[in-house]
Design a protein around this ligand. Structure first.
Ligand SMILES: Cc1ncc(COP(=O)(O)O)c(C=O)c1O
Length: 413
């Protein structure tokens, strides 16, 4: 029987459970020397003379950067109109005013031109998000920010391993954040990394993190448990008999279960208590080990994406961003437009290939940010996109099947 292929895959160390057991046996589950080692190894891996500080979440890494920068309260911070709602909400909760720049619907990214349209003397910072793993056009964004004295904080949650003009993302602006959630390019079952060039800024971030309480066993174990559940349920042999039948049935009932997979949209002020813990040593040990595999994982994912592009490029009506020569794409997600999106997604599902429809938010329309009805043409257009599985744990044969199924389903429209 052919197994169904899930929209998400996790990058998993084969000896994860052994690593966890060993750290616990050493009595270094919550606190230990590996947090500092992981921070140093992460910064060294990025290169570019940066320092890294581990935090409980990517969003908290962003919170500490904002606090450490000491920007004027009430200042504008520019985000792409298409991003994960949590980032502008963290800025709002910290007393700033999120402002949204439209995105290019083909690259899904903010551009220097869209940033230029919203920058004003009130702009204190800009957060270029390398969405899905494709770096933004950073030189244009950096030039404009410098002219206006705005700080550049890269959102690299999706993009660890992507490069722009030979440099790793995260080393291009003044500061950057990475997410270490289960489905992200470096999976430590939760956590985040704040990165900064200026040693003074990095030291202030580290001081803020150090002032948080030590990690608690209950919460760290919860993260590991949830991560284990996620990584097991998306394995083809488990997914085929668990989530897949639910997705299949719901497609016929025109019910969208995706909403239950994602975090509830809510104000983050005050910040939830469970955010306010330091990063745990057991996660750092997993991170140190995972870092050794990162280049290989990125390369496999890129090879998968290249093959999908070869198969989909000639199909009439399918569009996806070509990767410019001056950058590399980490392909956290492979996003594309298919003709007659919903019918194509259903046709793929019937043949065992689960495609995600857009999972980030067109923020200016969200009630939490004022619910503007004004069109944001680029970001609005992206709601027609799909995410095609190209993750590292797929075999070349599975990738071939995904691409053929998508091509045939789209061509039949
Ligand atoms: C684009 C983007 N930025 C930031 C984050 C925040 O990362 P975390 O969930 O680790 O706080 C995410 C998480 O999914 C994201 O998708």
């Amino acid at each position: 029987m052919t197994m169904a292929i899930s929209r998400y895959g996790a990058r998993v160390l084969p000896n994860t459970e052994q690593i966890i057991a060993d750290v616990a046996a050493r009595g270094e589950f919550l606190e230990g020397p590996q947090v500092a080692q992981f921070e140093q190894a992460f910064a060294a891996w990025l290169g570019g003379d940066v320092r890294a500080v581990a935090a409980s979440y990517g969003r908290m890494a962003f919170h500490y950067i904002l606090m450490a920068l000491d920007l004027p309260k009430g200042a504008d911070i520019v985000f792409p109109a298409l991003t994960f709602w949590v980032m502008p909400e963290v800025a709002r909760a910290a007393g700033f005013n999120p402002v949204f720049a439209d995105v290019d619907p083909l690259t899904f990214n903010m551009t220097p031109e869209s940033f230029a349209r919203v920058i004003t003397p009130k702009t204190a910072a800009v957060v270029p998000t390398h969405l899905w793993g494709l770096p933004c056009d950073m030189d244009g964004i950096l030039d404009l920010a410098r002219q206006h004295g705005a700080v550049v904080i890269e959102d690299c949650a999706h993009a660890l391993g992507a490069t722009y003009r030979g440099k790793q993302v995260g080393t291009l602006g003044d500061a950057a954040i990475f997410s270490l959630q289960t489905l992200k390019p470096l999976n430590t079952y939760g956590g985040g990394m704040a990165v900064a060039h200026d040693p003074g800024l990095a030291a202030r971030i580290a001081t803020l993190v150090a002032a948080e309480p030590a990690p608690t066993e209950a919460l760290v174990k919860k993260h590991l448990r949830l991560g284990r559940m996620q990584r097991v349920t998306i394995r083809p042999n488990v997914f085929s008999f668990t989530l897949f039948p639910i997705l299949w049935a719901s497609a016929y009932l025109k019910w969208n279960p995706d909403v239950y997979f994602w975090e509830k949209i809510r104000p983050l002020s005050p910040l939830p208590m469970e955010y306010r813990e330091r990063y745990s040593n057991v996660q750092a040990v997993i991170g140190l080990e995972a870092l050794k595999h990162l280049n290989e994982w990125t390369a496999v994912t890129q090879t998968h994406a290249k093959r999908v592009m070869e198969i989909l490029r000639p199909v009439f009506g399918i569009r996806f961003p070509e990767v410019p020569d001056d950058r590399t794409h980490a392909f956290y997600q492979f996003c594309a437009y298919l003709p007659n999106r919903d019918a194509s997604v259903l046709a793929c599902l019937k043949r065992g290939v689960d495609l995600e429809t857009l999972h980030v938010d067109v923020c200016p329309h969200m009630a939490i940010f004022g619910g503007s009805k004004a069109p944001v043409p680029g970001a609005d257009a992206t709601t027609a996109a799909v995410q095609i599985p190209v993750y590292e744990s797929l075999t070349p044969a599975q990738v071939e099947r995904v691409a053929q199924v998508v091509a045939q389903s789209a061509a039949a429209r």
